[in-house]
Design a protein around this ligand. Structure first.
Ligand code: UTP
Length: 291
């Protein structure tokens, strides 16, 4: 199985939709029950073979680096009190041979700008990009699914899903330009439009926060000009990329929660809790008690 050895996790945004919490807590550190969103994304990157996690972060978010560092005093305390289960939780085995790299994005000039900062660290191989505020629940993971499409032809691959008309304006929407989805639900796109009005959306297929790129994307990002809000959008770079490489999308199998929004975060918390017999009983009791 092919490995995507480097994963870029852009986490430098301000997370304004979660203010006031995000004044002090990065949105990626918000927890679903007891595990921060960012850890779900790191696990997913590792599932597709990541050996290095490259965080694009900000000096205002020291919590992320702290989270992936060891805390010897706590480890010692858990060992001496026999809390081995918790020890595994704070230092998961799957992280043992993974390198964590931190790159500072000094100004929040957009997702495209954030990804470009990883150019040197990525080097010459294919790499993944995971937006940790999108939480995916599936087996195999969403990134493994797009890795499998990528490995067929080494074409940049983007995870997508179908979105209803009322919500399509919130996403990057792809144009298949007459191409058909094949039996693995993969198709080459002809264009991509950022947040179109429903009446002009080229399809109901929207970008979800998982991508696999070849390093050619960096040249495209360099050519993109900032939009009206001063941000360099990755969507604009992908638009340019479609002119020089086949870019394909894959409709993934599984659940996705947009935890960058409060509704999505709440849904994700309930969905994860409902998969656990203990919490699902508790939730059912609370809800039926209130009805
Ligand atoms: P979002 O727009 O969803 O995140 O960016 P945000 O700006 O933090 O959130 P709101 O809209 O203010 O609530 C998508 C991803 O890109 C990262 C964010 O951290 C998030 O993971 N990002 C965005 C950067 O790393 N740098 C940027 O300049 C912008």
């Amino acid at each position: 199985m092919m490995k995507i050895k480097k994963a870029v996790l852009p986490v430098a945004g301000f997370g304004t939709r979660f203010l006031p919490a995000t004044k002090a807590i990065p949105k990626e550190m918000l927890t679903i029950i007891d595990k921060p969103l960012i850890e779900y994304a790191v696990e997913e990157a590792i599932s597709a073979g990541a050996e290095e996690i490259i965080f694009i972060t900000s000096y205002t978010k020291p919590a992320i680096k702290n989270y992936f560092s060891r805390v010897p005093e706590l480890e010692k305390q858990l060992k001496s009190t026999g809390k081995i289960e918790l020890l595994e939780k704070i230092q998961p085995k799957i992280f043992e041979n993974v390198k964590f790299t931190y790159i500072n994005q000094k100004e929040q000039k957009g997702l495209g700008h954030a990804i470009l900062l990883a150019e040197e660290a990525v080097g010459s191989d294919a790499f993944s990009v995971l937006l940790p505020d999108d939480l995916f629940i599936s087996t195999p993971s969403c990134l493994e699914q797009i890795r499998d499409s990528y490995s067929q032809n080494l074409q940049p691959t983007i995870a997508v899903n179908r979105i209803d008309k009322n919500n399509i304006h919130k996403y990057g929407v792809v144009d298949l330009g007459g191409n058909q989805l094949n039996k693995t639900n993969t198709a080459v796109i002809s264009n991509i439009i950022e947040k179109p009005h429903a009446s002009v959306a080229p399809s109901d297929i929207a970008v979800a926060g998982r991508y696999i790129f070849n390093p050619t994307i960096f040249e495209c990002i360099k050519k993109v000009e900032a939009d009206n809000s001063g941000e360099i959008q990755i969507t604009d770079a992908i638009k340019l990329l479609t002119k020089i490489e086949n870019v394909q999308v894959k409709i993934f199998d599984g659940e996705k929660y947009d935890c960058g929004s409060k509704d999505g975060y709440l849904e994700a918390t309930i969905a994860v809790a409902m998969k656990d017999p203990y919490y699902s009983n508790k939730i059912k009791k609370i809800i039926t008690g209130k009805l």
